[in-house]
Design a protein. Structure first.
Length: 380
């Protein structure tokens, strides 16, 4: 411990003992006067003396060398939620009040879930921490936590389009969803089943019970319109409080007709929840005049922004293949977590880049991850 701090502490103890002796002496004198009948104890004087002594004592309380003499540090809210199971000690913070410019201080671990694939699109396992580099807004970051994601719990929201436009494809979609749940879920994982048409319904809450999931699949019912963005938004909200890896799988033909939230709000909700979005776009007839290409492009973009992927499916084998690829990726993901370096920022969004060092992995590899995170919470 600091020697100056110990000296101050000893001086404080010595002054405290002297004050106690004075109080004891004053009290003894007052009692002696009362016993001889010379005077009665003066309670107001004694109270005043004690008040002055307490004030003096409080003013002399020493502060440890690491205590700040200024105002407390204020930290801006952070939309990137740290994962408790992989948290690490927070680094020291600077006090932004010491600067004339507003400084956004982020002391939370930023989790980046990365999927690495080769030139054939197959997931690549066995990479090491040294193989990766993380950059935030152009600044290299130090990777504090590195892990292979197969060990972490997995929470999946399965959003299934049950509008009239999918009535012919719903049975095959649900059959593939059953097989996906059986292939991917472990006892530590959980899946929640949602159906959306003009409204969004949670059919099965988070569970690893396959019988409960099967029963929920049997209870899916067709509706009329399509609230796709509402389904994405509510699915992301359900995932936000979950720990471990968070995945949102949506099966739809890409159309949205009655959502209350828009695309921008749905994307932000997914980014704030750290959800990885996989889109399975069911297109029975590729040249269909009723095909919603705008909705398809929106799903492609949200998948890319969150580090997920999109798939087109026109048949049961293609649906099964899409689910199989999602399962394979979820078994080979990497966690790259870092404490962002403090910086002056005018934007609430921080952009992330992840690279695989070519020196350690000479073959052509592709890395998918979320494009960034928000330092402030949305007010939708």
């Amino acid at each position: 411990m600091n020697s100056d701090f110990l000296s101050v502490l000893r001086g404080f103890a010595s002054r405290t003992l002297r004050l106690r002796a004075l109080v004891r002496k004053a009290g003894t004198a007052e009692r002696a006067k009362f016993a001889t009948g010379k005077s009665a104890p003066s309670m107001p004087r004694l109270i005043a003396f004690l008040a002055i002594a307490a004030t003096f004592s409080y003013a002399q309380v020493p502060k440890p060398p690491w205590a700040s003499a200024g105002t407390a540090t204020k930290t801006s809210p952070d939309a990137s939620k740290s994962v408790p199971s992989v948290s690490a000690p927070a680094p020291p913070q600077n006090d932004p009040q010491n600067s004339g410019t507003t400084l956004k201080v982020d002391v939370k671990l930023v989790n980046v879930f990365a999927t690495v694939t080769d030139e054939h699109g197959a997931p690549v396992a066995g990479l090491k921490k040294e193989d990766f580099s993380v950059i935030e807004d152009g600044n290299p970051q130090t990777i504090s936590v590195f892990d292979k994601e197969s060990a972490l719990p997995l929470s999946i929201v399965l959003d299934v389009d049950t509008s009239l436009s999918t009535r012919k494809d719903l049975p095959m979609e649900m059959a593939s969803a059953r097989r996906f749940a059986r292939a991917i879920l472990r006892p530590i994982d959980a899946l929640s089943l949602y159906g959306f048409s003009e409204t969004v319904n949670e059919v099965v809450p988070f569970t690893s019970d396959l019988k409960a999931i099967d029963h929920g699949v049997d209870r899916m019912r067709l509706g009329a319109a399509t609230a796709l963005y509402d389904a994405l938004y509510l699915g992301a909200q359900a995932l936000e409080s979950r720990t471990g890896r968070k995945v949102l799988v949506v099966i739809t033909d890409g159309g949205d007709t009655v959502s209350r939230v828009d695309y921008k709000e749905a994307v932000r909700a997914a980014q704030e929840a750290e959800a990885i979005v996989y889109s399975i776009i069911v297109v029975p007839i590729e040249a269909s005049a009723g095909r919603d290409t705008g909705g398809e492009h929106a799903l492609i973009q949200i998948s890319e922004d969150t580090g997920g992927k999109y798939f087109y499916a026109t048949s049961v084998p293609q649906l099964d293949a899409a689910f199989e690829k999602i399962s394979d990726e979820l078994r080979t993901q990497y966690l790259l977590a870092y404490y962002p370096s403090q910086r002056f920022s005018d934007s609430s969004f921080r952009r992330i880049q992840v690279k695989v060092n070519p020196s350690s992995t000479p073959s052509a590899l592709t890395v998918r991850h979320r494009t960034g995170y928000y330092t402030t919470k949305s007010k939708f």
